[in-house]
Design a protein around this ligand. Structure first.
Ligand code: XIL
Length: 321
């Protein structure tokens, strides 16, 4: 068919995927129908269900109810899955973030978390985001969190080494936003990758989240240049959380066309990069998106409108594939 995953695979990508909102899938039948169509989405990622606060809310108490929604949906529909996320400062329960740890005790906490959660989903995750968002927004320093305070930057290699032991066959990713602009934050991500590699630890990929803004999205060749800084280090890359928000609403028809061009440039940059494996959107309908909660007054960042009509962005992506 002419749906986006089929087109993406025909164009040489491994998948076109989406995040699954655990709070929406069982309450909105139109949402469920589009999400479950493998010709449209070849891969799913849980929007929240595999994060630390969902999977180990208190120490040693593991809960897979939310994460399994995505795993079971993907299995039922024959879709792949990327898994998100292990070591992250946010949605981290306070027993971890506010604990007083030694290197040994926090190592054991991370190891136990990975062995359980990655163990539970072993064999089902094409990739895992091992570390998420370890770089400050200015790109000049590492983000303060309990892991940095306990280990310094040693937690980068340590996390990848422990993840490899927990699931030897999944692709191990570093994942972050604003890497697309190829400025200081991208430089720091390159540095992080080189540090992990120099320590002899396994890293397979870098995820470009792709939380972008209509009209401020870099060009196709600028985006490809940023992606290729990582493929040059022997890694694969992917867009992992793509959405392109309007900074003011309602969007005019010309803003919707610009949004379409921006989406096409992002997907095109992946096609232009040997080693860019796929594109995942962070939701697909303007009816359900994290953007308005996090960026008040902004939104309509996805490829179907809130009535499930395909937007110009949908058509622009299909034309570039
Ligand atoms: C967001 C979810 O979409 C929201 O539902 C949740 O309340 C907060 O987290 N970067 C990430 C994602 O890596 O996990 C975030 O997801 C969006 C930013």
């Amino acid at each position: 068919s002419g749906q986006l995953n089929d087109l993406a695979v025909r164009a040489g990508l491994k998948y076109f995927g989406t995040a699954l909102s655990e709070s929406v899938i069982n309450s909105d039948t139109r949402y469920a129908a589009i999400l479950s169509d493998k010709s449209m989405f070849g891969q799913l990622v849980p929007e929240n269900g595999m994060k630390w606060d969902a999977t180990e809310p208190s120490r040693g108490q593991f809960n897979y109810a939310s994460g399994d929604i995505t795993a079971n949906t993907a299995k039922k529909n024959g879709q792949g899955m990327r898994c998100h996320t292990m070591v992250w400062y946010s949605q981290l329960p306070s027993w971890v973030s506010s604990g007083s740890w030694t290197r040994d005790s926090l190592t054991s906490v991370i190891e136990t978390h990975m062995n359980n959660v990655m163990g539970h989903y072993k064999g089902q995750c094409y990739a895992w985001d091992v570390i998420n968002e370890a770089i400050n927004d200015d790109g000049n320093s590492w983000r303060d969190n309990v892991f940095l305070r306990t280990f310094g930057t040693d937690y980068f290699a340590l996390s990848f080494n422990l993840a490899k032991k927990a699931d030897p066959d999944t692709k191990l990713y570093y994942n972050d936003y604003n890497l697309e602009y190829n400025q200081a934050k991208t430089d720091r991500a390159v540095e992080l990758v080189k540090m992990v590699q120099a320590a002899g630890a396994p890293i397979d990929g870098v995820g470009f989240q792709g939380h972008l803004i209509v009209g401020s999205t870099p060009t196709r060749s600028q985006l490809a240049t940023a992606l290729q800084r990582f493929t040059a280090l022997g890694l694969e890359v992917a867009y992992t959380e793509l959405d392109i928000r309007h900074s003011s609403l309602p969007a005019s028809s010309s803003a919707l066309a610009t949004q379409g061009n921006d989406f096409a440039n992002v997907v095109g940059s992946c096609l232009d990069t040997a080693g860019c494996v796929g594109v995942t959107v962070w939701g697909f309908t303007d009816a359900h998106s994290w953007i308005p909660n996090t960026f008040p007054g902004q939104g309509d960042a996805l490829i179907y409108d809130s009535n499930y009509n395909k937007k110009p962005a949908w058509t622009s992506i299909s034309s570039v594939l």
